[in-house]
Structures are given as C-alpha cells and as structure tokens.
Design a protein around this ligand. Structure first.
Ligand code: PGA
Length: 254
C-alpha cells in the first residue's frame, strides 16, 4: 500500500507573517497526522519561518524549485544545501508554470531530479498536457516524454523516493478538474511507463499525485482512484480549512 501524500503548493503567495499564521493553523489540525504525508511548500522567503513552525510536528516542508548545481555563480538560484539547511524534504520540479513562463525543459528538469535524489531530497516531478495538446489527442505522447525524460538515469530502487504529479495544465487554477476517470486513466498510463522503464516493483512503489483544481468537493472521489496516491494543491492549500479537509479525504478508510 502506498501512503498518500498531500502537498500544498503555495506558489508566489504568503508573506512571512501570513506563512506563520497558515502553517500554525495547519499544524493545529494535522500536526500529529501520520496516516498521510502532509507537505507544505511556501515560497523560498518563508521557508525558514514555516520550518520553525512545523519543526515539532509530522508536517514536512517542500520547496517549489531548486538549482541543478551545487553552488557558485548562479544568480537568483537556490541550492539543495540551502534547502536542506532549513529541513526541506521535498522539492517540486518542472511545474507547468516553470515550463511555460521560464522555459524550463525536460533536460534541466531531469538534472534537478537527479540532483535532488543524490542529495536525499524527494523530487515531485510535475507533468501534464495543455488543453491544445489534449484536444489534439496528444496527452499520452506529451506525458510519456515528460515522464521518461524527467526520470532518465534514476535508479529503479529510488522510485519509492520519487513523486510524480500529474497536473493537466488546463485544470490548474481554472476551476476545471479532470474527472476522476480522466485522471485515473492518465495515472495508470504513467504507472505503466514506469513499469516499462524501471520494472514492476518500482512502478508499485512510485507515488503519483493529481493536481489541478483539487478541492474538498472533489478530493475524495479523485483520491479513491487506484492509481491516485495524493494531491498537489494550489489555490485550496492557501486556506487552512480546505487544505485540512483534503488531507482528511486522503486518510485511509477501513
Ligand atoms: P490549483 O494548482 O490547485 O490552484 O489548480 C495546482 C498546482 O498548480 O500545483
């Protein structure tokens, strides 16, 4: 059984003060949660504040990007060492906003994935098609290239440390969610690619999150799908109550 993982991608939102407020509220409700991996990803400037708030809880810290390099003359970049100093455990890589606005490509995203794994940070590799690509029937082709290129050179036994986030670009911040079946189909497809590339054990251990307008109203149905192992939450992660409700929807039922 794969443990579900719910991560809040705060994007370019929240000051230090607001971060302390939101992280404290989330900790108040989920500080002891061990049934689901709960991750918050504030902006770089608020990582330290968030880290201090959640240090005595089960909540884990994630960053929204990371340099592929160790240190040196890379103006504006943040290294793995800087993140680890703040107890960051996860790092979102290749988010569609970075692919789209900052022209990040599979080659560089793959270098970051490999660097993160080498340094014991868990990558959350984001993949997903645009509306145009979906309408042209290219979803599988696009997602396959992003998954294969993004995970190139990863050791099969490291797949349990990797999270892939399937985020159809047309569903991000638009209020349009992929239906549970549409999402499940792509998640199963992604797991199949990983099986083909790394073997059944790796495919069984890899966690695949859905992202794109996930909210309390649709979380339970999405998270009930066999290949959906969690969520990467944008807008709904900025409000403690809705983030907490999504985590509750991910709790194992028996
Ligand atoms: P959204 O964003 O939940 O606001 O659609 C998800 C994401 O981009 O990670």
């Amino acid at each position: 059984m794969r443990k579900k993982i719910i991560a809040g991608n705060w994007k370019m939102n929240k000051s230090v003060e607001e971060t302390v407020e939101l992280a404290s509220a989330i900790k108040g409700d989920l500080g002891d949660c061990t049934e689901v991996d709960v991750v918050i990803c504030p902006p770089f400037t608020a990582l330290k504040a968030a880290s201090d708030v959640i240090s005595d809880s089960q909540i884990m810290l994630g960053a929204q990007n990371m340099s592929s390099e160790d240190e040196g003359a890379y103006t504006g970049e943040i290294s793995h060492g800087m993140l680890k100093e703040l107890f960051v455990r996860y790092v979102i890589l290749g988010h569609s906003e970075r692919r789209q606005y900052y022209k990040e490509n599979d080659y560089w995203i793959n270098r970051k994935v490999l660097k993160a794994l080498e340094k014991n940070l868990r990558p959350i590799l984001c993949v997903g098609e645009t509306l145009e690509q979906r309408e042209a029937g290219e979803t599988e082709k696009v997602v396959e290239v992003q998954v294969r290129e993004g995970l190139k050179g990863v050791e099969a036994n490291a797949c349990s440390e990797v999270v892939v986030a399937y985020e159809p670009v047309w569903a991000i911040g638009t209020g349009k969610t992929a239906s549970a079946q549409q999402a499940q189909d792509v998640h199963a497809f992604i797991r199949g690619i990983v099986r083909d590339a790394f073997g059944p054990e790796a495919a069984g251990a890899l966690r695949i999150q859905y992202g794109g307008s996930m909210k309390p109203a649709n979380a339970a149905e999405l998270l009930a799908q066999p290949d959906i192992d969690g969520g990467l939450i944008g807008g709904a992660a900025l409000v403690a109550d809705s983030f907490v409700e999504i985590v509750e929807a991910a709790m194992p039922r028996d």
